[in-house]
Design a protein around this ligand. Structure first.
Ligand code: PHE
Length: 449
């Protein structure tokens, strides 16, 4: 079977950046910054991001491009007959779990986008507590969240069915630039509100005394999540990158755009939170409870709300298509299914799991797995355990199993990319020693905390 490839460098970048930039940037990063002390968290985040997360991403990309196959097949191909193939299986399964609960939040964004269009967040509509109640009632209800989850997952499936080039790449090329424009517009609005200065200072003036072990662990975990590293995702996308591309450059551009986007997203949210005297440590409810209230209070807020929830949907979609594609690529290549059939199968599994996750906020909230509702269990299992575990196995594979010459060859396109040759030693050192150690520390801190 002829494998599809991305069309050109920009196509590769929008697909990879599209996967990286998602709810993690617009929803998770700002509330983590809020919870873990503002600028100090951002500082630690940036250091870890380049020192650890980027080498992990590069490792994953090396495996994908070298093997030119899906996440399961890749390990089998590069380490034939070894137990590494089970690592590949883990990397196919995890994204299927994640897409099911990611799609539930994607569904919430769809509902909030519709609410915004119906002017529910226009001037003086409700108090902060009422917005909180509105969100609470929505997620605990049965049907609306399930319908939204279904619609969202269907949208994801449709883009994936269209294929790598005409679905994933084309969608990204249109949507990613749009996404940046929208978030910059919102940030400009937010930063010019009276009283927003305090918020900007809080974001950019670090208080280093706030840095402790929990800040470090949270920053590293958020870095993995935000870069979509440690799953078979970037590996699968990298398998569609042509042998002529510079994968170090693509990875670095992806990381830089992901970081810039997260910071702009915080600039869009935090100054407004301060301008209205709200609590920056609100946590996961920030986007769905605090923000609607802010929109209802600010001039032009109704319009900004529509733009914001549209951005949330677009950002989430470009990530969920990457999650979805991992399973599809596996079924197509290992089980010889057509793209359509593979997409339907993944849809059914993710849809059913997603329904259970959605119900775990309401009728199924009493059903606990290790003390967590199903949604929280999936979230914790993937972000705190499977992702670091996947990341650890990936760096061990590239650093200790593949062999230096092969890794170097892939990283430098057979020695032809001079700049890559120059930085290779440093990157290889980070991959072999620094990244595995740091991931182990995160693991242990997750165990203890
Ligand atoms: N990186 C995506 C984000 O920031 C989320 C994601 C995580 C996507 C894991 C795929 C896998 O939202």
């Amino acid at each position: 079977m002829q494998r599809e490839n991305f069309g050109n460098r920009f196509g590769v970048l929008v697909a990879m950046a599209g996967s990286a930039i998602g709810l993690g940037n617009l929803w998770r990063f700002p509330y983590m910054v809020g919870e873990y002390g503002g600028a100090a968290f951002i500082f630690v985040y940036i250091v870890f991001f380049f020192l650890l997360c980027l080498p992990i991403l590069i490792s994953e990309v090396i495996i994908g491009r070298k093997s030119q196959t899906n996440a399961f097949g890749a390990f089998g191909k590069l380490a034939p007959g070894s137990p590494w193939r089970w690592v590949g299986a883990l990397m196919v399964l995890t994204p299927v779990i994640v897409v099911s609960y990611y799609s539930v939040i994607g569904g919430w964004s769809v509902e909030y986008f519709i609410k915004a269009c119906m002017m529910d967040f226009s001037a003086g509509h409700a108090s902060e507590a009422e917005f909180g109640n509105m969100f609470g009632e929505f997620i605990t209800s049965v049907w609306t969240p399930i319908i939204c989850h279904t619609a969202y997952l269907l949208l994801t499936a449709l883009i994936v069915v269209a294929g790598v080039k005409s679905g994933i790449e084309r969608f990204g090329k249109i949507m990613m630039p749009l996404l940046f424009v929208i978030v910059i517009v919102i940030a400009a609005r937010s930063a010019t509100l009276p009283g927003s200065r305090e918020g900007l200072e809080w974001l950019f003036k670090p208080d280093f005394s706030k840095i402790d072990a929990s800040v470090c662990a949270a920053a590293l975990g958020q870095g993995f999540f935000s870069l979509s590293a440690g799953f078979g995702i970037m590996l699968t996308y990298a398998s569609y990158i042509s042998k002529k591309e510079n994968i170090a450059a693509s990875s670095a551009y992806t990381a830089v755009s992901d970081l810039i986007f997260a910071i702009i997203a915080s600039c869009a949210i935090m100054p407004a939170v301060f301008a209205f005297g709200l609590d920056p440590e609100e946590g996961p409810g920030l986007v769905f409870e605090t923000l609607p209230y802010i929109f209802s209070m600010m001039p032009l807020g109704g319009l900004i709300a529509v733009l914001f929830f549209m951005a949330l949907i677009v950002a989430a979609l470009t990530s969920s298509i990457s999650l979805y594609e991992v399973g599809v690529a596996y079924l197509m290549e290992e089980k010889h299914m057509s793209r359509k059939k593979a997409s339907v199968l993944i849809f059914v599994v993710a849809w059913a799991l997603g329904i259970l996750c959605s119900l775990s906020f309401g009728p199924l909230s009493g059903m606990k797995l290790f003390g967590n509702t199903l949604f929280n269990f999936f979230d914790k299992l993937s972000a705190n355990w499977l992702m670091p575990l996947g990341a650890l196995l990936i760096v061990i594979f590239v650093g200790w199993r593949m062999g230096r010459a092969d890794v170097r060859d892939e990283f430098t396109n057979g020695g032809t990319l001079k700049a890559n040759c120059r930085v290779f030693g440093v990157i290889y050192f980070l991959i072999r020693f620094v990244a595995p150690l740091a991931i182990l520390v995160v693991f242990i801190s997750n165990l203890v905390m």
